[in-house]
Design a protein around this ligand. Sequence first.
Ligand code: SF4
Length: 237
Amino acid sequence: MPRSFVHEARRRVGPKRTRIGPIVERLAAEHADAKIALDFRNPVELLISVMLSAQTTDVNVNRVTEHLFAKYRRPEDYLAVPVEELERDVYATGFYRQKTKSIRGAMRVLLDEFGGEVPRTIDELLGLPGVARKTANVVASELGNPQGVVVDTHVRRLSQRLGLTRQEDPVKIERDLVKLVPRADWGRFPHLLIWHGRRVCDARRPRCEDCVLNDLCPSARVWTAPADGGRIGAPPT
Ligand code: SF4
């Protein structure tokens, strides 16, 4: 995109600090059903689902955990079977050896240090084997204690398109978002972006003409100007 157009687009939509409120409001109205797509019934199942979701789809994880959670009900159950049996049970999610090792390690620490319960803080979650920042963020957020903004591929793409960050690295993107998004919205904001990304702002074919954020987005390919009703074509981002 020509530099002059980028400047013009940013000037047109205004600063991100004034846009973030309407962006959250409109997305919340548009995607009132936005929530985590993983199926779980308790914090241990949540933790295991998120650990299994690395490098695969939520649909695939749900297919596997439907059987897994019927068989393994408590943390100690994951340690009571031979490693190979648990590997077979999570095989279809990919990276099954590493995931089995991480799950068993995490369940061991839950039992030894947390009385079999899933801890609520990011630091405690990061102390569990195989739990990286994104997993810790998702779990803490779903347990009602968001301490950051989860950044996945959709959150990254939409944050960049909406001009909320210029960073590429997820950790730096999160740093930008926590400064910008009101703390009360840290939990739901990623879900809103993820669902908007899936339904409207597709990676290859964003449907800008149908997007509720059209007039707030510097990357809109077709801009509907609310003031005069006019439309201008814009080069693709
Ligand atoms: S206007 Fe287009 S690029 Fe911007 S958020 Fe909407 S669909 Fe995505």
